[in-house]
Design a protein around this ligand. Structure first.
Ligand SMILES: Nc1nc2c(c(=O)[nH]1)N[C@H]1C(S)=C(S)[C@@H](COP(=O)(O)O)O[C@H]1N2
Ligand SMILES: [Mo]
Length: 420
């Protein structure tokens, strides 16, 4: 495309790189000559298109048909108890479009009729209650942007680099704006007895998902949500009602929420014993590892987003998040962690939400080992994979927040690798 690149030393330039790039000439006037995209009148420029009655519910351009959730057939025995992945490499900003939010369910998508849906609160409460959807609409609502990450995200990568694409290595995360009522208000309506210390949400799907949530968290920032990005929850995400447990592992965010039981101790349900516990090197399992640790990934360049423009001006971008709060800083390395520069965070910085970062640099065409390292406002630093294994061993599946490495070859092809 553009003429031969001159080495501008942006990698060393750090903070000034952005300013330098803004003035660097990128347009290619030579391309105008004889370019049929300019000289020929296209059909869309000649004829009227579909009218306002053509798509009552809009969908993306047909040219974006490749931007879809994808699953990996060999990962699970059956697609009804399985997972698909958010196409992180194709997205920008911090909000995940509703139709692209990864799905994880244990008995397929429950197709719930909201008229027949009820939410019950029972157990150690003064007054057991049953709410209809209309009842819930009379409580004060709140709007919050939160990420949801499955604790098994990056789980396939514990022993080494495996899946070739951030969609597969990191795509069990999404981030939307929820509208809902605080769980606190509903629990107060029922009146939690003094002995009540735990809350167990239960799903209306055929897996009847249950987890134990400590009362402090339930009274803190949990939401009973009915909207995502302004519209009703998608069936895949728990229509008409889901629990939102900010910063904590996705498994606790019970979908198709039908019941909340208050108890004096945890229930030790399947999903918090046989699953979602972390097998350590000594064979003991950690339990109740609720908070999602600080993590980040470069979404482009990445295996599904190779560098196709050759040397010169290159935009690196990615996502960072922490279940503890906001992201304070993201560092980026182009040489496998030897040298780091601070990336540019852009867009809203909201607690327990995805953060978007960019690093613009001038690629000299040599091979790169791309890494990103996030630091949250509590001071937690994303570990390298060897650091993580030193503490946790290699038996784990869940809570892998290790630093990801992408190898960029001289032809721009990108692969998932690990630096040892
Ligand atoms: N009722 C119910 N809730 C559920 C599940 C389920 O199978 N049934 N899966 C859980 C798991 S393991 C995760 S990671 C998240 C996934 O949410 P998502 O499908 O919106 O991405 O929902 C959780 N809530
Ligand atoms: Mo999960």
């Amino acid at each position: 495309m553009t003429k031969t690149s001159t080495r501008r030393g942006f990698m060393k330039g750090g903070l000034t790189a952005g300013a330098a790039l803004a003035t660097a000439g990128l347009t290619a006037p030579a391309r105008a000559e004889g370019d049929p995209a300019i000289t020929e009148i296209q059909d869309w420029n000649r004829y009227s298109g579909p009218g306002v009655d053509a798509s009552p519910y809009g969908k993306p351009s047909d040219f974006e048909a490749h931007v879809v959730r994808r699953n990996v057939a060999w990962l699970t025995a059956d697609p009804v108890s399985s997972v698909n992945f958010t196409p992180l490499h194709e997205l920008d900003g911090i909000i995940t479009p509703n139709g692209l939010c990864f799905e994880r369910h244990h008995a397929g998508v429950a197709e719930v009729d909201p008229q027949k849906h009820r939410l019950m609160i029972n157990g150690l409460v003064d007054t057991p209650l049953v709410f209809t959807m209309a009842d819930l609409m009379r409580f004060p609502r709140e709007n919050h942007v939160y990420f949801l990450e499955c604790a098994a995200n990056s789980g396939m990568e514990w022993r080494g680099a495996q899946l070739n694409g951030c969609q597969y290595t990191h795509g069990m995360v999404h981030c939307v704006m929820y509208t809902g009522v605080k769980l606190k208000h509903l629990l107060e309506e029922a009146g939690v007895k003094t002995a009540g210390k735990w809350v167990m949400p239960e799903g209306a799907d055929a897996s009847a998902m249950t987890r134990s949530i400590p009362l402090e968290k339930a009274l803190d920032d949990c939401l009973v949500a009915f909207k995502m990005n302004g519209e009703a929850l998608r069936p895949e995400q728990g229509y008409p009602l889901r629990l939102v447990v900010p910063g904590w592992e996705g498994n606790m965010w019970v979908k198709w929420l039908r019941r909340l039981e208050v108890g004096d101790e945890p229930w030790h349900a399947r999903e918090e014993t046989s699953k979602y516990t972390d097998l350590l090197a000594d064979g003991k399992a950690r339990r109740f590892t609720w908070v999602m640790d600080v993590k980040s990934v470069i979404t482009s360049p990445s295996p599904q987003m190779p560098i196709t423009h050759g040397k010169g001006r290159t935009v690196l971008t990615g996502l960072a998040w922490s279940g503890t709060g906001r992201i304070a800083r993201v560092d980026v390395s182009l040489d496998g962690g030897r040298n780091w520069v601070t990336a540019r965070l852009d867009g809203p910085s909201l607690p327990k939400a995805l953060h978007r970062f960019y690093h613009e640099f001038d690629w000299d065409g040599s091979e790169l080992f791309l890494q990103s390292r996030a630091i949250d406002e509590a001071g937690f630093v994303q570990p390298t994979k060897p650091e993580l294994r030193a503490v946790r061993g290699a038996n784990s599946i869940y809570h892998n927040n290790g630093i990801q490495t992408w190898h960029v070859a001289t032809d721009g092809v990108v692969e998932n690798v690990e630096i040892s």
